[in-house]
Design a protein around this ligand. Structure first.
Ligand SMILES: *[C@@H]1O[C@H](CO)[C@@H](O)[C@H](O)[C@H]1NC(C)=O
Ligand SMILES: *[C@@H]1O[C@H](CO)[C@@H](O)[C@H](O)[C@H]1NC(C)=O
Ligand SMILES: *[C@@H]1O[C@H](CO)[C@@H](O)[C@H](O)[C@H]1NC(C)=O
Ligand SMILES: *[C@@H]1O[C@H](CO)[C@@H](O)[C@H](O)[C@H]1NC(C)=O
Ligand SMILES: *[C@@H]1O[C@H](CO)[C@@H](O)[C@H](O)[C@H]1NC(C)=O
Ligand SMILES: *[C@@H]1O[C@H](CO)[C@@H](O)[C@H](O)[C@H]1NC(C)=O
Ligand SMILES: *[C@@H]1O[C@H](CO)[C@@H](O)[C@H](O)[C@H]1NC(C)=O
Length: 634
């Protein structure tokens, strides 16, 4: 907590405190009555630890209302004193001993100091790209009561923040990060800031949850902390981007044509891996000149081809498009690391190729073992005819868990997959699960919570803390694993569309069934050879636990394997927090263990999520991730 307060003072510059208080008494244009409207008369209940945050959040809501009415973000300086007094008298209705300014260290004029030089709606709109703004308008113009629309809206807002919190100006901001929230509540959402769902989603003011013993409704505060973390992340991201750009200039080598050869005994990797570096001509031969018939998959990153090696082995080749030669060095290194990781439940990498051709530009290709039975996605949602039987699903669930546990705890360095989904779990001829596609893998520096540069992953599978704050840990994979497990159990896709064509997360559906005491309703109807109710229920509980929105509620992959393999019972599932996705505890921990680089940019929406290109993610390493840094400084 003390750390948080440190951030607090650190972020809001208090220097311009006016010595002349006497002329700050113009009438306050802010309307604090709106807080009463939102609360419906219920008093906020706050302890001494959270009331400063509560006042910050409540003030933002009031400022959002002011912005909506007048087009100005902040009240004029000459009304500072009056505004604090008004606010104070609102607060004093509930807690007469709490003096906001002296208790929280807020200076008087601070109430009228905001972000850089943004004062009006027009200033703000001029600063951000209109496409980003439109995306916010479409994502946030709906009731934000439930967690899915709220997550959609806050995700688009983090993109918005990233678009104006850039460059050196960030070094001197006070409350810039919250401007996107204030703006969205004022203009994007038709309900306005006083709508309950909006107040809860964007300002974390929850007037509906009842307090202990249900006697009074409580107001819950989270977002201040989030915003602090956001600002810090962005500061650090800016710094990193700058450094990486500089490094990239020095590092601009390309490989051009390569010769067939075997790399082994790599300097930093203590493994006897044999990874073949193919020439482009060899690749052409293997794929019969990339013939159409040999295409077995398509994606935003490029195509996947089937091919036959000279020794007769069938392989799959993944060809990335839109690559630049500049990233080859780290691509090569990454491929070498990936190839050193071998496990029966991981797809083995055989080789790769980087080359520049005249006609088709720069090429990157990776060569993996071919999996005869396609992916779990094909079997669950494709037209494969026969439904997977329960014993097969069990085997897939366990195999996938083992593969992931190995990535997290067996591999050196440990690897976070980042994009676990049904289409990335492949099946060999014996229906043994093989986790594929380490294209997005990140190497996890020991003991370090990873802050990623760019959120990569697939909508519906991405852990909330990762989607919103770019916080990447092994537990993000656990979340995605939980979603895949739910898909396996229910035969339903990660994201459902309900009658009003609003997306609903499978995780929410499963949770509501479990909470209603009907876990078996999650199971797909007519699953062949379904197991005993006890076993099925256990799997459902594990899946729901893994896909818990709170990071620390999720088990580790090791624990998951143990639960699946043995009679060990599933721990009770903690109640979900207010649906602002990640709880305060998580955020505090992430603030406390803050140590990586991070930039809060996430893809702008659905499509971008689903088609985030692997190749771009390789390239993104050069844009400022600590992943490649860790490797290159070894
Ligand atoms: C306050 O400021 C006004 C003008 O801004 C000035 O005339 C007045 O003398 C100041 N009063 C004090 C007490 O500093
Ligand atoms: C400053 O405020 C005092 C009373 O609070 C008023 O008498 C005086 O005229 C004000 N001065 C200015 C410059 O507004
Ligand atoms: C306070 O400042 C605003 C604009 O900055 C001005 O329009 C208004 O007249 C001022 N009010 C007083 C009482 O000085
Ligand atoms: C403040 O807001 C409340 C509720 O929206 C409204 O009833 C009241 O008239 C407003 N007061 C002012 C001074 O605008
Ligand atoms: C704010 O300042 C930056 C430079 O610091 C400038 O580029 C930008 O145009 C300014 N914005 C407004 C709305 O004045
Ligand atoms: C921050 O802004 C204030 C005024 O807005 C200015 O006086 C100060 O020099 C700025 N600091 C930096 C580090 O840019
Ligand atoms: C939000 O939706 C409503 C109707 O659903 C529409 O009238 C309004 O213009 C929309 N607002 C924005 C900012 O798109």
């Amino acid at each position: 907590m003390s750390l948080l307060f440190f951030f607090f003072f650190f972020i809001f510059p208090l220097s311009s405190f006016a010595a002349n208080d006497t002329n700050l008494t113009a009438p306050c244009p802010l309307n604090f009555t709106v807080l009463t409207v939102v609360s419906g008369g219920s008093p906020p209940s706050f302890d001494s630890g959270t009331r400063c945050q509560y006042t910050r959040q409540a003030l933002r809501l009031v400022q959002s209302d002011y912005l909506r009415r007048t087009g100005f973000f902040l009240s004029p300086v000459n009304s500072s004193e009056t505004c604090w007094d008004d606010f104070q008298s609102f607060i004093n209705q509930y807690d007469s001993n709490f003096d906001i300014r002296s208790s929280c260290g807020f200076q008087t004029t601070w109430i009228s100091e905001g972000c850089i030089n943004i004062t009006t709606k027009q200033d703000f709109e001029a600063l951000v790209p209109s496409a980003t703004l439109q995306n916010v308008e479409s994502s946030c113009n709906q009731s934000l009561e439930n967690s899915s629309p709220c997550a959609l809206c806050t995700t688009s807002l983090s993109t918005l923040q990233a678009s104006y919190l850039t460059g050196p100006s960030v070094g001197n901001v006070s409350d810039c990060a919250s401007y996107s929230l204030i703006y969205a509540a004022a203009f994007a959402n038709q309900g306005g800031p006083t709508d309950r769902g909006t107040a809860r989603c964007l300002f974390s003011l929850d007037f509906t949850s009842s307090g202990s013993s249900g006697k009074k409704r409580t107001i819950v505060i989270v977002v201040v902390v989030i915003v602090m973390v956001l600002v810090l992340l962005l500061l650090i991201a800016g710094f990193w981007v700058y450094r990486r750009l500089k490094e990239e200039k020095n590092n601009n080598k390309s490989f051009g044509k390569t010769e067939m050869g075997v790399i082994s005994g790599l300097d930093s990797i203590n493994q006897s891996t044999t990874l073949i570096r193919f020439t482009f001509d060899e690749i052409k031969k293997i794929t019969r000149n990339f013939s159409r018939d040999s295409i077995i998959g398509r994606g935003g990153y490029g195509n996947v081809y089937k091919g036959v090696l000279p020794d007769g082995t069938e392989v799959a080749l993944k060809r990335f498009k839109n690559c630049s030669a500049a990233g080859d060095a780290s691509f090569t290194h990454e491929v070498e690391v990936i190839a050193s990781v071998r496990h029966v439940n991981l797809v083995a990498l055989r080789g790769y190729c980087t080359a520049t051709t005249q006609l088709e530009g720069h090429q990157r290709i990776i060569v993996c073992d071919l999996m005869k039975n396609g992916s779990v996605h094909d079997h669950l949602f494709g037209n494969m005819g026969k439904k997977l039987s329960w014993p097969m699903r069990q085997q897939i669930a366990l195999g996938t868990a083992r593969g992931l546990a190995y990535l997290h705890y067996g591999a050196q360095p440990s690897i976070i997959h980042r994009d676990i989904k049904a289409s990335n779990i492949l099946l060999d001829e014996k229906f043994e699960a093989k986790v594929a596609d380490f294209g997005l893998a990140k190497f996890n520096p020991e003991g370090m919570t990873h802050m990623s540069t760019r959120v990569a992953g697939t909508m519906g599978y991405v852990a909330p803390e990762y989607a919103l704050y770019g916080q990447l840990t092994e537990r993000s994979d656990v979340f995605s694993y939980g979603v895949v497990l739910l898909e396996l159990l229910s035969g339903k896709k990660a994201l459902q569309t309900n009658d009003e064509s609003q997306p609903t997360a499978l995780t929410d559906l499963a949770w509501s069934l479990v909470r209603a005491g009907r876990p078996l309703d999650v199971i797909e109807d007519g699953m062949p050879e379904a197991g005993s109710p006890e076993v099925l229920e256990k799997y459902v509980l594990i899946a729901v636990l893994c896909s818990h929105p709170q990071l620390y509620a999720r088990p580790t992959m090791d624990q998951v394997v143990k639960m699946l393999e043995t009679d060990q019972s599933v721990p009770s599932i903690p109640e979900r927090p207010i649906p602002l996705v990640a709880g305060r505890i998580d955020i505090e921990r992430s603030a406390g263990s803050f140590g990586g680089s991070g930039q809060l940019s996430s893809p702008t929406g659905y499509q971008a999520y689903a088609f985030e290109s692997d190749c771009r993610s390789f390239n993104s390493k050069e844009e400022g991730s600590s992943g490649s840094r860790v490797l290159s400084t070894d």
